[in-house]
Design a protein around this ligand. Structure first.
Ligand code: ZN
Length: 220
């Protein structure tokens, strides 16, 4: 079987004190330590905003982190990304604040807005609610020590599966934390946790979910 080829993309606004090489760099380093995955990093500042036609054509999965610079992503970039998902079956993985990433909004055709965004720095308790899904393989319930919560409802089309749920704000808030859709020929995965001021993408449970997600997204 050929390797799974991943582009780990970031707008690069995440704090260097937490992620010296970016969230994309941290996840690329992990994914490249796993068998059968080849990951390259890309960012908004690069030519063609890091996702040229050639780069996308060579990718099975595009992983995306954006937060405060969504508006700088050009219409041409959004068109290229969406076309590779819809027509060629490239997988798209949107991380945390990338719920507002323009390619995700275009692919899902919805506002992708949550009711609330509260950075309280309290724990989030993550529960596997679809243990049969490949994204949950080897993943047990776990706790993120400090997190930001997003409040339901989350305005997106009905997902094909909800794999994880998180409980936040001392048990008051329950959010869908891992959701998947099929858009045209491609698979789309949104992973909600990961506020960038906490080292959440260094957690082994989270890395396993991302790795599983990348492998699953590449199957189309
Ligand atoms: Zn956040």
């Amino acid at each position: 079987m050929s390797n799974t080829r991943v582009i780990a993309w970031s707008e690069r606004s995440e704090p260097e004190a937490v992620y010296p090489e970016g969230i994309n760099g941290a996840l690329a380093e992990y994914l490249n330590s796993q068998p059968g995955i080849e990951t390259v990093v890309a960012s908004l500042a690069e030519p063609d905003q890091g996702v040229s036609e050639e780069a996308l054509a060579a990718a099975d999965v595009l992983m995306w982190f954006g937060h405060v610079r969504h508006g700088e992503v050009s219409a041409e970039t959004v068109e290229r990304v969406c076309r590779h998902v819809r027509e060629r079956g490239m997988g798209y993985l949107a991380l945390h604040s990338s719920h507002f990433a323009l390619p995700l909004k275009a692919l899902l055709g919805s506002s992708c807005a949550w009711r609330a965004y509260v950075e309280d720095g309290k724990p989030g308790h993550i529960r596997v609610v679809d243990p049969t899904h490949p994204i949950a393989a080897g993943v047990e319930d776990f706790t993120i020590p400090k997190e930001e919560w997003y409040g339901e409802p989350f305005e997106v089309p009905e997902p094909e599966a909800v794999i994880l749920e998180g409980t936040y704000n001392d048990g008051v808030e329950v959010a869908r934390d891992a959701l998947v859709w099929t858009i045209g020929q491609g698979r789309v995965f949104y992973f909600r946790p990961g506020h960038e001021t906490y080292p959440i993408y260094l957690m082994p449970e989270v890395r396993r979910i991302i790795e599983n997600g990348v492998r699953w997204l590449a199957e189309r």
